[in-house]
Design a protein around this ligand. Structure first.
Ligand SMILES: Nc1ncnc2c1ncn2[C@@H]1O[C@H](COP(=O)(O)OP(=O)(O)O)[C@@H](O)[C@H]1O
Ligand SMILES: [Mg+2]
Length: 306
């Protein structure tokens, strides 16, 4: 049993629906499951027919759900860093630090890395507070950046740690010249936090490579296929294991007319998908509204062996 499942793909292909359907089906089998949406265009609450927030809450037996956002987490992190800075920098530069941090909160990089922080926290609780984590992620590009962020951040944190050490050594040297002692022995909350963050990212990266699978979702059309192929390449580069590719909204066979022609094109795309990917699962075009735990049972049938 794989503990962490990402559902990724273009907007509108059915990520949220299939992630929610898979999660509900697993919960029904008695697997304690958390389904969480990281897509800024949250619709998981709509699909589960309930309202969700940052904190996981029970929505059915053995099923928890949450919608997490980078913005909220970024705000919390600014508060933390400011608290550290209060001890680490002279009081007169604090307003400048705060201004800098506030600007940083508005940058996409900060929001994404904050989202990663939040996700890291949930990954850490997987296996303890719940056994399965299902992530309804944002469209492909966003998800790829999210899962490769540990890779990108590690050199950055190493650089920061080195600079910080150098600065502290210079301080200690200067203190020595002035005959003051003990600066080096003092705790450095900033450095400690950087190290803690690195350890967490290393763990996350390891966890994602061993316990996670990414399910790319697409509809059987040419453009989504091209994007799925690119996403699969980039996931492979990032060392992230691909799970079954999900082809959603496959139309039924039709004798004639537009639907028959459409079906012909779909077949061609499906053949390409099967050529390129070893593990392919199809989900038919379904008639239901596909909202609420009951309705989700229908698409879930197709995901039983995921
Ligand atoms: N297999 C399916 N058959 C019919 N409609 C579907 C199917 N899968 C998803 N849908 C519908 O397609 C729309 C987009 O699905 P959604 O899960 O929100 O996509 P995404 O999360 O990728 O943006 C929703 O209205 C959903 O009910
Ligand atoms: Mg969605």
């Amino acid at each position: 049993m794989l503990l962490i499942r990402f559902f990724g793909g273009k907007g509108g292909v059915g990520k949220t629906t299939l992630a929610a359907a898979f999660a509900t089906a697993q919960a029904r089998r008695g697997v304690r499951t958390l389904v969480v949406s990281t897509d800024p265009a949250h619709s998981l609450g709509d699909v589960l027919d309930t309202s969700l927030s940052e904190e996981p809450r029970a929505v059915a037996d053995d099923l928890l759900a949450a919608e997490i956002s980078g913005e909220n987490q970024a705000e919390r992190r600014v508060a933390e860093v400011l608290e550290d800075a209060r001890h680490a920098v002279p009081r007169e530069v604090l307003p400048a630090v705060e201004r800098h941090l506030r600007r940083a909160v508005d940058s996409p990089g900060t929001v994404e890395s904050a989202l990663l922080d939040r996700l890291t926290g949930l990954v850490e609780r997987t296996g303890r507070d719940w056994d399965l984590l299902v992530v309804d992620s944002a469209p492909t590009g966003h998800m790829l950046r999210l899962v490769s962020l540990p890779e990108l951040l590690t050199p950055w944190i190493e650089g920061l740690t080195r600079n910080r050490r150098r600065a502290r050594d210079i301080d200690a040297y200067a203190d020595g010249l002035l005959g003051e002692r003990g600066a080096r022995e003092e705790r450095d909350p900033l450095l400690e936090r950087l190290h803690a963050r690195r350890r967490r990212l290393d763990n996350l990266r390891h966890r994602l490579r061993t316990d996670a699978r990414v399910h790319l979702v697409l509809v059987p059309e040419r453009l989504p296929l091209a994007e799925t192929e690119r996403a699969a390449d980039r996931l492979a580069e990032a060392g992230l294991p691909l799970g079954a590719v999900l082809v959603n909204r496959v139309a039924a066979d039709a004798e004639s007319g537009v639907l028959a022609r459409r079906r012909g094109q779909e077949r061609a795309v499906l053949a390409r998908v099967r050529e390129r990917f070893a593990d392919v699962v199809t989900v038919p075009l379904l008639p239901g509204a596909l909202a609420g735990v009951e309705e989700l049972a229908e698409p879930a049938e197709w995901l039983a062996d995921l």
